[in-house]
Design a protein around this ligand. Structure first.
Ligand SMILES: [Ca+2]
Ligand SMILES: [Ca+2]
Length: 146
């Protein structure tokens, strides 16, 4: 509760609903010069008397969600990570090789790549290469094998 007098601002001293100028549960205290200051909970902004802080736009060219989309909420914010990233701030690479059935898996930042052994192809090397496609048997019939 903040009791302010002078400067044309008299808060709630004779009102039935005594209210603080500080929003969202912030506490108000009067400074020696008669002005007041709000002490806010984390996520709220002192300069707007404890209004919500827009964490997504605090630094214009850099989102707090490094590889994701930032959504501002009252008193906080949420990160929705792009595919391949995880963590509260979408900073951590997902190691896709931990659960890929791929012969030679190479984890990369935000992705991974699968390197196939000879004779196999496809995103997870599950497809047999048809060696007969190039007609290698000039005077005979070609039979593709696994
Ligand atoms: Ca916020
Ligand atoms: Ca990765």
């Amino acid at each position: 509760m903040c009791m302010l007098e002078g400067r044309g601002l008299k808060i709630a001293s004779h009102s039935s609903t005594r209210s603080s100028p500080c929003k969202n549960g912030g506490t108000c205290s009067v400074k020696s010069d008669g002005s007041h200051v709000c002490k806010c909970y984390v996520g709220f902004n002192q300069s707007t008397e404890c209004g919500d802080m827009d964490e997504c736009n605090m630094v214009s060219d850099r989102s707090p969600c490094n590889n994701g989309t930032c959504v501002n909420t009252q008193g906080s914010f949420s990160c929705f990570c792009n595919a391949g990233y995880q963590g509260k701030f979408c900073r951590d690479d997902v190691d896709e090789c931990l659960d890929q059935s791929c012969p030679i898996c190479v984890n990369t930042p935000g992705s991974y790549s699968c390197q196939c052994t000879a004779g196999y192809t496809g995103p997870h090397c599950q497809m047999d290469v048809d060696q007969c496609d190039s007609s290698p048997c000039r005077h005979g019939s070609c039979v593709n094998t696994q």
